[in-house]
Design a binder for this molecule. Structure first.
Ligand code: ATP
Length: 264
């Protein structure tokens, strides 16, 4: 006998895709000092999260924990389902982290950096992908230059090319525009938007609210190690809306959001 067709719409709905980044009750203490206090958030494919907060709020500490550089005191961080603490290699294969002051291998050339990353992450198309990245970030002429002979902005660009080369599911970028010239800034913004459109999850920490405004689909605002707000950028702006000149509610600018959120 045939069973009756189900009429429950929930039964027919596709399961929601699991997040690429899942941070659950992350807590980091240095001795008695609590740098991050019970932070939870999840980031899905295509989302670009702006991590905002005053100096010392815990942004870099959080980025470094996600990247598997510092172990959490408590809580869980998973990348594409792999726990950063218990399954670090699989988690790290799926992410790239560009710190605010990227360290390069001073006696390797630009191309040797890309070759190193390609070997470490099993990148099959180093030559094509590498040359395309160098051209895009205006580094082709520096292909055989040692890192120690690069300008600050060029070093930043090399770190970004290395991060992009293995097409990570998760990109973590701490102040990614530091040292970049206007063309580099534009390339950086366009390329990040493209990576997100291609299905990567992105977390970008910056004090440059214009970058956050242009790029971010979501905002995570932290202060003193605690989450103040996490949600879609438009939701955050509406949540911190003020009265407009005609007395009606007016969405807050990101600058107003930042001050209102961190002052309360
Ligand atoms: P900024 O905007 O200035 O870069 P941030 O939000 O990235 O700040 P973190 O670098 O995460 O802040 O630092 C958070 C807190 O943790 C700060 O009070 C900092 O002094 C403290 N902290 C960071 N690293 C250590 C450490 N290794 N030992 C002790 N305290 C630390």
């Amino acid at each position: 006998m045939q069973s009756a067709p189900t009429t429950d719409p929930a039964a027919a709905a596709p399961a929601a895709a699991p997040p690429i980044l899942d941070v659950v009750d992350y807590h980091k203490a240095y001795g008695d000092f609590v740098a991050v206090d019970g932070l939870s958030f999840a980031v899905g494919a295509g989302q670009v999260v702006g991590l905002l907060g005053p100096n010392g709020a815990g942004k870099t500490t959080t980025m470094r924990a996600i990247a598997g550089i510092i172990p959490p005191t408590r809580g869980r961080v998973a990348v594409d389902g792999f726990d950063v603490t218990t399954d670090p290699v699989e988690a790290k294969r799926r992410l790239a982290y560009v710190p605010d002051d990227p360290k390069l291998f001073e006696t390797l050339t630009v191309w040797e950096h890309l070759r190193f990353v390609a070997a470490a992450y099993d990148v099959p198309d180093l030559v094509d992908a590498g040359e395309e990245l160098l051209a895009r970030f205006e580094l082709t002429g520096k292909r055989d230059t040692l890192a120690q002979e690069l300008s600050r902005g060029m070093r930043q660009k090399v770190a970004i090319c290395c991060a992009y080369l293995h097409r990570p599911r998760l990109l973590l970028l701490d102040e990614p525009l530091t040292g970049l010239d206007p063309r580099g800034i534009r390339t950086m913004k366009q390329s990040l938007a493209e990576r997100a459109a291609a299905g990567s999850a992105v977390v970008v920490s910056s004090h440059l609210l214009s970058l956050v405004e242009d790029l971010c689909t979501h905002l995570l605002i932290v202060n003193r190690g605690r989450r103040l707000f996490y949600g879609r950028t438009d939701e955050v702006r509406a949540a911190f809306a003020g009265a407009g000149t005609d007395g009606s509610a007016e969405d807050a600018s990101l600058e107003e959001v930042f001050f209102r959120a961190t002052e309360t």
